[in-house]
Design a protein. Structure first.
Length: 127
């Protein structure tokens, strides 16, 4: 009976992957994101302290209310960021995925031109 061998390129990739994990300083992190404080285990202590103060449910609520305020026309990130100018955009944008996963907003399928002249998703609240 003939035994099948892996192609050399696949074996090479496996070796590279193994070498990466052996030399990766973060390989011992079993969970890259700690659910208690929403920071990566590899983050500096200042990031962990800031994450501990973050209330994602409050942020989600604010983003959801902002999206709802645009009604059935929906809105793009630029509009939400303008409405929630007291919150950094880096805190706003991660909320879209969470709200969509919870079934509270959806991608309308439409795109609008943003300030950057690039297309942005039109988000609509699910009533």
């Amino acid at each position: 009976m003939t035994t099948l061998q892996r192609p050399a390129t696949l074996q090479s990739r496996e070796t590279q992957s193994s070498q990466f994990y052996q030399s990766n300083p973060f390989a011992d992190c079993t969970d890259l994101f700690s659910p208690e404080n929403m920071a990566r285990c590899s983050d500096p202590d200042t990031s962990k302290a800031a994450a501990a103060l973050l209330d994602p449910t409050k942020l989600e609520f604010e983003v959801l209310e902002a999206i709802k305020s645009f009604g059935s026309n929906g809105c793009i990130s630029d509009q939400i960021e303008a409405k929630l100018s007291h919150i950094k955009c880096s805190s706003v944008t991660p909320r879209y995925a969470k709200l969509a996963q919870k079934g509270l907003i959806r991608d309308s399928g439409l795109r609008r031109v943003a300030r950057s002249n690039r297309q942005q998703i039109v988000w609509v609240a699910i009533w």
